[in-house]
Ligand binder design. Sequence first.
Ligand SMILES: Nc1ncnc2c1ncn2[C@@H]1O[C@H](COP(=O)(O)OP(=O)(O)O)[C@@H](O)[C@H]1O
Ligand SMILES: [Mg+2]
Length: 262
Amino acid sequence: MNEMAENNAILKVENLELSFGGVQALKGVCLDVKQHELLAIIGPNGAGKTSFMNCVNAFYHPQEGRVFFEGRDITNLRPDQISRLGVSRTFQNIQLFVGLSVVDNLMAARHFKMNYNWLEGAFYFGRARRAEVENRRIVEDIIDLLELEPVRKQVVETIPYGLRKRVDLARALVQDPKLLLLDEPMAGMNAEEKEDMARFIIDVYELWGISAVLVEHDMSVVMDIADRIAVLDFGREIAVGTPEEIKGNPKVIEAYLGKAAE
Ligand SMILES: Nc1ncnc2c1ncn2[C@@H]1O[C@H](COP(=O)(O)OP(=O)(O)O)[C@@H](O)[C@H]1O
Ligand SMILES: [Mg+2]
């Protein structure tokens, strides 16, 4: 890669090594995500895709390797610090407050981003109040964008799974991300829900000009919306390229596409 392209990376991951006891989840993974790029990561179950995301947002700390976000070394930061720098994610297993309404979940996520606490509320009433108006506005914008209006007041545990995944995306978006990490945002969805989700992801990506890493098993979606695809197999990166390049790569066909039919 030339220097221009390298400088253009919003996320740069160098030589990640991550083990759990005898299991090596990541073996020397190097990847970057350019500004306004949608990079998909594919690979069989257990290939290390979620582990990769966990290393980026510091849920896991790799034994070796470094993670750079906008040129800054974030390897040793905490997840909350990384989130405030502008990295948001959705989860393979949705992480929402199931007893709260949709809108309250989004407000909570927004408060987390703002690092907003009761002391601030007590001492800086004016500022806190203005911030609150702004928080509401952002939450309302995202509710509109993701068409969540009909369920805004509903408690999360009472809404269908496909919509919950959409709320999880909304939760990531209210935090104003520059980089979105999407871990199987369409898993378990029916065809129509998948189509909606793909449309929302593309809308956000195009409207906001953000960058994204998408882990997804549905190859038609990946081929359709990814700028580039990286393939992991047993913790190793076996190929990176455009959808066209990946489609024709024999290593990929063997490692992934062959098994995808099962
Ligand atoms: N917290 C953990 N403790 C032990 N092993 C883990 C943990 N997280 C992931 N692994 C192991 O690391 C490997 C990669 O897992 P994962 O990143 O979840 O794969 P993927 O998301 O591609 O399905 C698997 O063998 C998995 O069992
Ligand atoms: Mg996973």
